[in-house]
Write a protein that binds this ligand. Structure first.
Ligand SMILES: NC(=O)c1ccc[n+]([C@@H]2O[C@H](COP(=O)([O-])OP(=O)(O)OC[C@H]3O[C@@H](n4cnc5c(N)ncnc54)[C@H](OP(=O)(O)O)[C@@H]3O)[C@@H](O)[C@H]2O)c1
Length: 296
C-alpha cells in the first residue's frame, strides 16, 4: 500500500475516532472523513471522494446506530446501513480496492444456546439489525475482496455509549436497575481500531488473504447488569465516583424498549483468531484504560 492509502468513513464515531487516533499514533497514513465530509448514503459523493483520494483500502466506520430510534427512522437506517455499504462496495469494485466493513451481533435473534459462529443463520429482531444484515449482503454481492467484522456492545472514550450512560446515571441516582437477562460481549472501540489496523497492515502486504466475515468482540461474556456492576466498581476504584451505588438486576420485560434485543448475542471469535491471530481482548482492561483517561 502506498502512503495516504486508507480512507476511513464515519470518523466522528466511537470506532472511527479510535481508528483515526491510533493510525496517527502509529504513523499510518489515513484520510479520515466524518459524516459532514462524506455521507456514504450518497453514491455520487462516494464516487467523487474515492476518485479524489484514490485510496488502496477503505475502512467503513459509518453507520446509523440508534437501535431504538431505527424502529421509526427506517429510511435513515437503511440509507446509512444498507445503501452506504453498497455505495462503498461498488466504488471499491470499480477500482479494485478492498473494503473493511463493520457489522453487528444484532443480526442474530438470540435464541441460540452458546456463542454465535459466522455461519449461524441470521434473524434480526429489529430494523437496525436488519439494515446491518442487508448492508453485509450488499457488500458480499458487489465485492470479493471484503472483510466484514461483526462486533458487539461497543464502548469507547469518544461518543455516546453504555459506560457514559451508567456513569451519568450513577451520579444522579441512588441505585441503578439494569437488564440481567441479555448476554453479550462488551468491546472497547480502541481494541476494535487496533484489530482493524492490523488487518489493514496485512492487506497492505498485497497477498490475497482469507476475505469474508469474522466475529471480533471482547471477553468474557457478561450481561448488561454485569457490565454495569464492573463500570461502577472500576469508577469507584479510580475515584470517578465517590461511592458505589447498588446495581439491581432486572428482566428485559421490566425495561420495555421500541426495539427487541437478542437475549444472547455472544460471538464465537475463533475464526479471526485462527486466521489472523487476533485474540479477543479483555473488555475489563479496555474499560479501565478508558476510565483512567476520563480522570485526566
Ligand atoms: N455501538 C455499538 O454498540 C455497536 C455494536 C455492534 C456493532 N456496531 C457497529 O460498529 C460500527 C461502529 O459503530 P460505532 O459505535 O462507532 O457507531 P457510532 O459511534 O454511532 O458512529 C457512527 C458514525 O457514523 C456516522 N454516520 C451515520 N450515518 C452516516 C452516513 N450516512 N454517512 C457517513 N457517516 C454516517 C455517525 O455520524 P452522526 O453521529 O452524525 O450520526 C457517526 O459519527 C458500526 O458499523 C456499528 O453498526 C456498533
Amino acid at each position: 500500500m502506498t502512503k495516504a492509502s486508507i480512507l476511513l468513513t464515519g470518523a466522528g464515531g466511537q470506532v472511527g475516532h479510535e481508528v483515526n487516533r491510533l493510525a496517527a499514533a502509529r504513523g499510518c497514513a489515513l484520510t479520515a472523513l466524518t459524516r459532514q465530509q462524506l455521507d456514504i448514503g450518497d453514491s455520487e459523493a462516494v464516487e467523487q471522494i474515492v476518485s479524489r483520494f484514490r485510496p488502496s483500502l477503505i475502512i467503513n466506520g459509518a453507520a446509523y446506530t440508534a437501535v431504538d430510534r431505527a424502529e421509526q427512522e427506517v429510511e435513515a437506517a437503511m440509507r446509512a446501513n444498507r445503501q452506504g455499504p453498497a455505495n462503498l462496495a461498488a466504488s471499491c469494485h470499480a477500482r479494485q480496492i478492498p473494503l473493511i466493513h463493520l457489522s453487528t451481533d444484532y443480526v442474530f435473534d438470540g435464541n441460540k444456546t452458546g456463542p454465535y459462529g459466522e455461519e449461524d443463520p441470521v434473524a434480526p429482531t429489529g430494523v437496525y439489525g436488519r439494515s446491518k444484515w442487508e448492508g453485509e449482503e450488499e457488500v458480499r454481492a458487489r465485492l470479493r475482496r471484503h472483510l466484514i467484522i461483526r462486533v458487539s456492545w461497543v464502548f469507547g472514550p469518544h461518543g455516546n455509549n453504555f459506560v457514559g450512560t451508567m456513569l451519568r446515571l450513577a451520579a444522579e441516582r441512588d441505585e441503578l436497575r439494569v437488564v440481567a437477562d441479555q448476554h453479550g460481549c462488551p468491546t472497547c472501540a480502541t481494541h476494535i481500531a487496533a484489530a482493524l489496523l492490523t488487518l489493514a497492515a496485512r492487506i497492505s502486504k498485497g497477498v490475497d488473504i482469507a476475505w469474508g466475515t469474522y466475529h471480533f468482540c471482547g471477553m468474557p461474556a457478561t450481561t448488561w447488569h454485569g457490565f454495569a456492576e464492573t463500570i461502577i466498581s472500576e469508577a469507584c476504584k479510580i475515584g470517578l465516583l465517590d461511592q458505589a451505588i447498588p446495581v439491581l438486576p432486572i428482566a428485559t420485560s421490566d425495561y420495555p424498549t421500541p426495539a427487541r434485543r437478542p437475549r444472547n448475542s455472544v460471538l464465537d471469535c475463533r475464526r479471526i483468531l485462527e486466521t489472523f491471530a487476533l485474540k479477543s481482548p479483555s473488555w475489563q482492561e479496555g474499560l479501565t484504560t478508558m476510565l483512567q483517561g476520563v480522570t485526566k
